[in-house]
Design a protein. Sequence first.
Length: 175
Amino acid sequence: MTGRAVGLLMAIAITAADLQAQGAITPARVDDSGWVHEPCLPDSVDSFFWTRYDLRGIRIRIPNGVKHIKNPSLDELHFRLGQATMRLRVHLDASRMFAEVYTPQNTRKHCFGDIGGLMAEAISLGGGSWFGFAARWPDADRGEWLTAVIRGGRLAEVTLLRRTLFTLVFPDERR
């Protein structure tokens, strides 16, 4: 064998090894529907370039493709992504908003877990052609609640809006 042939074989072997190694370290695809079966499943996002919104001392980051819907209430924020909507409310009665969607015919799964750094009660929602997510966080000091309700016809849109809840920063957590 000539030196050139040996060099070619070595290059092929190194390339094949690189391809195998790349396949071995390629991350597995994330199942976007996992939260439907486990509503408190943690999620994380790189929200550095997302727009920040404040709701009575609570901060949330929202991707630029999500439209902020103007609302006259200082207690609420509304957003739209395609067919999906998200409503956030901080108020003494915000827990009722959660109770309105927490019905046997709508609820898939229920849990208590850490969402946005605080314990929350969460549910996955849905019917045949729609998906949803709702969560509520109590404020024991003031007796208020933060409630989020997300609904939409496309799982990917609802999933993206749900991910924004993991960017929540509550007033006591600010540095």
